[in-house]
Structure formats: C-alpha cells, structure tokens
Design a protein around this ligand. Sequence first.
Ligand code: NAP
Length: 254
Amino acid sequence: MEARRLGPVVGLGTWNTFGSDARTAREVVGAALESGGRLFDSSPMYGGAEASLAVALRGRRRDAVIATKIWAASVEEGRDQFRRQREWFGRIEIEQIHNLQSWEKHLHWLEAERAEGRIERLGVTHYSPASFAELAQALRTSRFETVQVPLNPREREAERELLPLAADLGVAVIVMRPLGGGSLVRRSPPAEVLEELGVQTWPQALLKWALSDPRVDVVIPATRSGEHARENAAAGSPPWFDDEQRALVERFTR
Ligand SMILES: NC(=O)c1ccc[n+]([C@@H]2O[C@H](COP(=O)([O-])OP(=O)(O)OC[C@H]3O[C@@H](n4cnc5c(N)ncnc54)[C@H](OP(=O)(O)O)[C@@H]3O)[C@@H](O)[C@H]2O)c1
C-alpha cells in the first residue's frame, strides 16, 4: 500500500461499527493490519470503540497509528478522556479535537502533552460545511498538524477552502465518510466501468477517487466486516485516477 505523511493511505474508521464488541473489533482490526492498514480513527463519542480497539491491538500496538479524539466541553472532562486513552494506547500518535468542540480551551493542555511526547500530532475535525470557516480559522493558527473532513463525490465542500489551505500550511488531511456513510455503495456501476477504472469493486473506486487527490493523506472507511476491510485496503495502491476516471466515478454517484 502507498504511504503518505500519516503512513499507509487506507486506514479504518470506528464509528458505529464494532462498538464494545471486542470480538468483531479483533476481526476487523486484524484484517486491516494484515492488509497493510495502520491508522485507526476513533473517539470517546463512539461508545466502546476505543476500548475494543485497544483489546484488538494487544500484542500489535506498535503496528498501529492511533488517531483518536477529545470530545469534551470542559478541560476537566477532556483530561479524563486523555487519561483513559493513555491507559488503552500509551502514546497517542494523532489527538484530534472532535467537531471543534471547545477547541480554544483544549489547545493549551494538549500542546503541553505534545511537548512532553505523550502526543505526536494534534488535529481537528468537523463533518459539517457550516463549520468549515471555523475549521479554517483553527488551521490558520498553525497549531494543528492534521485536519479531518468529509470528502466523496457527493460531499466536496472541503475542496473549496480547506484542502488548498491545508496544502499551503503543510497540514495532513484525513478523509472521513469516503463512502458517504455507506450511501454511495448501495448500487454498483456495471463491470465494464470497474474495468475501465482498473478496480475490482465499486467501494474501491470511491476510495481511489478520494486518494487520487494528492492533498489527501489517508481515507478511513468504517466497516464491521473483515472482508470489507481487506477489500478497502486493496484500494490503497497506485495507479491513481486521472481527471477522466474521476469524472466517470462522479457520473455514477449522481
Ligand atoms: N466529526 C468527525 O470527526 C467524524 C464524523 C464522521 C465520521 N468520522 C470518522 O470517519 C469514519 C468513516 O466515516 P463513516 O463511518 O461515517 O462512513 P463511511 O466510511 O463512508 O461508510 C461506512 C459504511 O460503508 C460500509 N462499507 C465499508 N466498506 C464497505 C465495502 N467494502 N463494501 C460495502 N460497504 C462498505 C459500511 O458497512 P459494513 O459495515 O457493512 O461494511 C458502513 O455502513 C468514521 O467511522 C469515523 O471514524 C469522523
């Protein structure tokens, strides 16, 4: 699999998948690791997903890049979340502020943790275009090293300001919702189209569509299936799509 600034380009999201089901977590996380995935995105918002991820990574924590989040209104609650994450994962490679929640309050203590080496990179996320102006404002402080935004053929608002800004500032980009939360994979185009795109499956075409933008570092499709995790990981190798192939994918998502 190709690696960019955050490592191999296909990671794994954990929202609404295995939750506190550690057995499913072991299967899906194992499949992702075995097929070359490294980055696992989670959050205290995702029920028991962080704890299950920690169980699934027992004995192979060193192979993983943990991208989790602080999702807390107060510093005290945020510090509690971080304490639990330290118990589960040790060092956090990417600590993101979830949906910009109280981001100005959290930055100071998170920067201190990074200075102590307990966090490697700080990031910030938001799913809603209504908050992209504030996300841009947060990036312009130059205090974040990663940003996480939605990007798929039907959600392209990040292309307007955030992707160019991230590129200018050298901020790495994590793509959430690369399959539109599952809505884009319900129907697949005919086999000739997949052949023209050089992929086996439609979800792979969608992941390649996002990864063909060189400003993107990693996509994090979520799944509760080991088979899907393997299928998704196979989309992480070149060749990438040219403009015509990207337009072809877009045509089948209208
Ligand atoms: N504000 C934030 O910070 C924020 C917001 C949204 C998302 N995120 C992160 O981004 C991650 C990804 O976004 P998402 O989970 O909303 O949406 P997504 O990854 O675009 O879509 C997930 C859906 O796609 C299906 N799927 C995955 N691989 C498949 C395959 N090969 N074939 C068929 N179906 C497939 C999954 O079902 P199966 O289980 O059946 O495979 C699941 O229903 C989240 O899990 C989370 O980690 C962050």
